[in-house]
Write a protein that binds this ligand. Structure first.
Ligand code: ZN
Length: 171
């Protein structure tokens, strides 16, 4: 379940490094709590499974497995993206005046604009595919959660039956 690495630099969420509470966090980082001092530690996923010394209390800690981008990272990127969207919506629409410009300049610019447009269209397709995928995953987890609750109810009922039977032993 990995994110595509070929994010074009032009996208608003291209920032792969984000600051959270004064610590730089990237998509590749494992963010975890030191079991000794409860401080927040950030280690690149290459370090998963290794034992390192906590940068806060110097005690040895084992870096947990990488399980996709951390919540810290996702929250920070989402916040940033939402701010960028607000700014973009507030901005006054740009006007374009290319009157009297030399044809080669117009042609060069036309090609560049078309290239950017294609890139954004591809990014939009990709984002839509992610949304669909995530929606299905979400539905799957909701069903799974309901199944777990069903099973818990069943086990509790069985436990009750066992307890009450053991209080009234068979004659
Ligand atoms: Zn520590």
């Amino acid at each position: 379940m990995s994110e595509p690495d070929n994010q074009p630099a032009a996208s608003a969420d291209s920032t792969d490094q984000i600051e959270s509470a004064g610590v730089q966090i990237t998509e590749r980082d494992v963010v975890f709590e030191c079991p000794h001092c409860q401080g927040e530690l950030v280690v690149d996923r290459e370090g998963a499974g290794l034992t390192v010394n906590c940068s806060l209390c110097s005690q040895p800690v084992t870096v947990p497995d990488y399980q996709g981008p951390s919540l810290h990272y996702l929250q920070a990127v989402t916040e940033k993206l939402s701010e960028a969207l607000q700014t973009a919506r507030k901005g006054t629409p740009r006007s374009f005046d290319y009157e009297g410009r030399p044809p080669e300049e117009l042609e060069r610019r036309r090609q560049e604009v078309q290239r950017q447009l294609r890139e954004l269209q591809n990014q939009a397709l990709e984002a839509r595919a992610h949304i669909n995928h995530t929606r299905i995953q979400l539905h799957r987890y909701q069903l799974k959660l309901e199944m777990l609750y069903e099973r818990q109810t069943e086990l509790k009922a069985e436990l009750d039956a066992l307890l009450s039977a053991s209080q009234r032993p068979a004659p």
